[in-house]
Design a protein around this ligand. Sequence first.
Ligand code: 5GP
Length: 325
Amino acid sequence: DRLKDSKVYMRALFDYIPLEDKATPCQEAGLPFKRGDILQVVTQDDHTWWQAKRVGDSNLRAGLIPSKQFQERPQTTTKRSGLRRSFRLSRKDRQGPSGEGSDPGDSDFLTYEEVTRYQQRPNERPRLVVLIGSLGARINELKQRVIAENTHRFAVAVPHTTRPKKSHEKEGVEYHFVTKQQFDADALNNKFIEHGEYKENQYGTSIEAIRSVQAKNKMCVVDVQPEVSTSCLMYIQMCHTIITCHEPQIMRAGSSDVAAALPLHQEGENLQEMRQSAIQIDQQYGHLVDRVLIKEDSASACAELRGILERLERESFWVPISWVR
Ligand code: 5GP
């Protein structure tokens, strides 16, 4: 009732095709949407069917969408529930700057997430932006290039590593070089927000490294490749924006939908692996992702990432409502 007649916005966390929904009272009245769409919920008077519009649509008429409660109903209770297949994910919700988590409820189906417009205020800590790259997208290079062009505004968090320093590298610039003992101690003391092993060396990024970038009033950009990282959940909890980056070969033509990527059997193993990696990222983090970047070539990917980062500074965007509460 609290929400009755108020302006409620929800980010859809699943795809909905009314024409395939046998439960709907009227298929023609249904509002189709895709995961990631922002829906303005006009009324929640009915417990099963809400009326909503898609933000950005010129169509002024509202359509029917399944309510959160209905969509989250256990699948076993109904035969027609083939469609009620929301994402079953572990409990992990993004937290806002206040550090408060939004309430995922008792269910681990993710159906809708209430969101609101948010714009960074001038005296606020600059954003942490997390890039999640699928295998082959070489997201680290992309990040380095974009930051190098704009060192007064963006910066990387300098990671720790146990690998030997190369001759051209400087302590505290590319990495903080530490012994294995030191690294293990730091890890035990929860100093790292994320760490992983690569070619028998340890790598990790500390919370301190991120804070020190933000203290200089710069936007901190970190990249994660799930294959080499223990977890990016902690990043996600403190970050403001998540961008995933994929190679174009793995995407269905003209689509930004990784899940829709078609498995082709004749192709090389590499491509299969890359696609697998992208699908896995999409399944684990897709509902949290704010932007998807398709890396056509280095130059255009750089331009696109630069554009996204610049817009983040200027524009408001949709964030979970718990961020601003
Ligand atoms: P390199 O030793 O060539 O500088 O880095 C090798 C790999 O280490 C990178 O490709 C990246 O996958 C991984 N790496 C670098 N920094 C970090 C980090 O902070 N955390 C994790 N998990 N891996 C990292």
